[in-house]
Design a protein around this ligand. Structure first.
Ligand code: AMP
Length: 585
């Protein structure tokens, strides 16, 4: 085995919340965790926004800094818990005035601007559903998500609205209100000035009764065979956000936390908004994109104590010729965590060597709503491993025997499907409007995650790969079908097959193989045109970075594109079982 990073009380800067992993697992109960939260006054249920904001305002945390927002241009805005309560109350009242009720979907399409955080919390207070979108999506992915998610309201900016949503309005008849965060006057056709609405709204609001099982957040995630799936989360998910904040991220009252993920993705909402606020700590939000010097200076100047980031960012930092601890005072930093893609063992060790702290990898996904497998501050790290299941979570490697049965693999080191025992609070409750797809995820009493993994003799889980064709690029999931469908809308394209091509920095890049219609000749000009066409439709987060022309795409006899074969050929790997390959290829 590779080097183990040993943990002992000598290595702790602050005593971790989780001191004894085995003992905590043995006595863990979700009912007891619930008692550490507040609940709505007069027994009116459990609401994420109450736990994240209002409950702190009743006590000594009232004037504690909740969010420090760092603008791209150097502007800084501070929100105490008291301010955050007022702003989110106003937003909840704005929704009420617009006739937006419990269960209605409120989408946010914006960069990391303060209104995004206020929209999230105000929507949850109103018991409407918060649905974040990534601002680098193009019109087509946005249309899919807004349409499937039954969007009634979108909070966005003037530029994003004009560029990406205005042209979709005819196809989105249920979209009633567009709230622009950066205009002072209404623009007609349901396009309203958010500042104007906010200034006319009361800052008093009483959160209505919220059942812990009420739907709270809708997160879209990419599928391999179809369009994106809307994973539904409920207010009870806050128990997972809370306990992972306590045991994994190890929040202590004076911590300053920075999660670099965008709230358009699940990490950015569960941990870039909810978990730190539930713990009443200070949450740093940086509006700007990755920039190594900027990031190190944020760690220094904001005295970040806990940092949650992603392997792509860490690999980019590793490639820079910067000696961070010589140039920056990072002495306040005590924990680094990473999620979203496999974290190379070298990166864990780089952290130890260059930043003086190992990087703690953890694993979870949109459907799980919160961290499920993790490396903990008090537990030895095996670099390259995702760690051990969260107390309260049962994880296993299983083999499918048939459509309804699995067997749990007991021998260590055997590869299989990574599965979780259903029932944790932040487990997704459905794929919106797609029960069949939801039910397919559960086999023989286990939730099958779609990842392949191994478990060693000591219970550490090791990621092997995806069991499907989903692409992970810069930590973001991209469904090949979505990209193929967009390319096929170009008049020159007959068919497209899309794969993830391994990349040393961003994990995988999106590569498309395109076969052209009869009579169309491949050329560099056409390739560039297709790259631009896809980028315009899909946005930079999803569009292919490489396009290769191909005569015919390899297909199964039933007509499915064999993406695995495209990938094997791209990488010069064995082609595997070709018995289902259509012979005309
Ligand atoms: P998402 O639903 O977009 O958050 O993506 C979840 C997927 O990202 C998982 O199913 C994994 O394939 C991958 N993933 C997340 N965390 C890790 C990790 N620590 N190591 C390897 N893969 C990861």
């Amino acid at each position: 085995m590779r080097d183990v990073i040993r943990k002992s009380s000598n290595s702790w800067i602050v005593q971790p919340n989780l001191l004894n992993y085995d003992a905590t697992c043995a006595r863990f109960s979700w009912e007891e965790i619930r008692l550490e939260l507040d609940g709505l006054p007069s027994g009116k249920g459990l609401n994420i926004a109450h736990e994240a904001v209002d409950r702190h305002v009743k006590g000594p945390k009232c004037d504690h800094l909740a969010i420090r927002w760092l603008g791209k241009d150097g502007k800084v805005l501070d929100f105490t818990y008291r301010n955050l309560k007022k702003h989110s109350n106003r937003f909840a009242n704005v929704l009420g005035q617009l006739g937006i009720n419990k269960g209605d979907r409120v989408f946010a399409l914006a960069g990391r601007i303060p209104d995004l955080y206020i929209t999230a919390l105000g929507t949850l207070k109103n018991t409407s559903i918060f649905c974040p979108l990534f601002s680098a999506f193009g019109p087509e992915p946005l249309y899919q998500r807004l349409g499937r998610g039954d969007a009634k309201v979108v909070m966005t900016t003037e530029q994003l609205y004009k560029k990406k949503i205005a042209g979709l309005r005819d196809r989105l008849p249920q979209l009633q209100h567009v709230l622009l965060a950066d205009v002072d006057e209404d623009m007609g056709d349901g396009v309203r000035s958010l500042p104007k609405l906010m200034s006319g709204a009361s800052s008093e609001f009483t959160i209505p009764s919220t059942d812990p099982e009420d739907m709270a957040i809708l997160h879209f995630t990419s599928g391999t065979t179809g369009m994106p799936k809307g994973a539904v989360h409920v207010h009870n998910a806050v128990l997972t956000h809370y306990i992972t904040g306590k045991y994994v991220l190890d929040f202590h009252p004076e911590d300053i936390f920075w999660c670099t993920a965008d709230p358009g993705w699940v990490t950015g909402s569960s941990y870039g908004i909810i978990a730190p606020l539930v713990h009443g700590i200070t949450n740093i939000v940086d509006e700007a994109d990755f920039d190594a010097e900027r990031w190190y200076s944020i760690l220094e100047k904001q005295k970040v104590s806990i940092w949650y980031t992603a392997p792509t960012a860490i690999r980019m930092l590793m490639r820079m010729n910067i000696k961070p601890t010589e140039k920056y005072d990072l002495s306040q930093l005590r924990l680094i965590h990473s999620v979203g893609e496999p974290l190379n063992p070298e990166a864990v060790i780089w952290g130890q060597r260059v930043l003086g702290l190992p990087i703690h990898d953890n694993w979870w996904q949109t459907e799980t709503g919160g961290i499920m497998i993790a490396n903990y501050p008090s537990v030895d790290i095996r670099p390259g491993s995702m760690g051990l299941p969260l107390p309260g979570i049962e994880a296993a490697i299983v083999h499918r025997l048939d459509e309804n049965t699995v067997c749990v693999v007991k021998e260590p080191g055997v590869e299989g499907d990574l599965a979780l025992k259903p029932g944790w609070p932040s487990m997704f409750r459905e794929y919106l409007h797609d029960e069949k797809r939801y039910l397919k995820c559960f086999v023989g009493g286990w939730y099958i995650t779609g990842d392949l993994a191994k478990c060693d003799a000591d219970g550490y889980f090791w990621f092997v790969g995806r069991a499907d064709d989903i692409i992970k690029t810069s930590g973001h999931m991209v469904g090949p079908f979505e990209v193929e469908s967009a390319l096929m809308e170009h008049p020159a394209v007959s068919e497209a097959g899309v794969i993830g091509k391994p990349d040393p920095v961003i994990g995988e890049l999106v590569k498309a193989f395109v076969s052209l219609k009869q009579g169309v000749e491949p050329s560099d000009r056409l390739r560039l045109e297709l790259l631009g066409f896809a980028r315009k439709k899909l946005g930079s987060a999803v569009a292919p970075k490489e396009i290769q022309f191909i005569g015919n795409l390899p297909k199964t006899r039933s007509g499915k594109i064999m993406r695995r074969l495209l990938k094997a050929r791209e990488l010069g790997l064995p082609e595997g079982d070709l018995s289902t390959l259509e012979t005309s290829e």
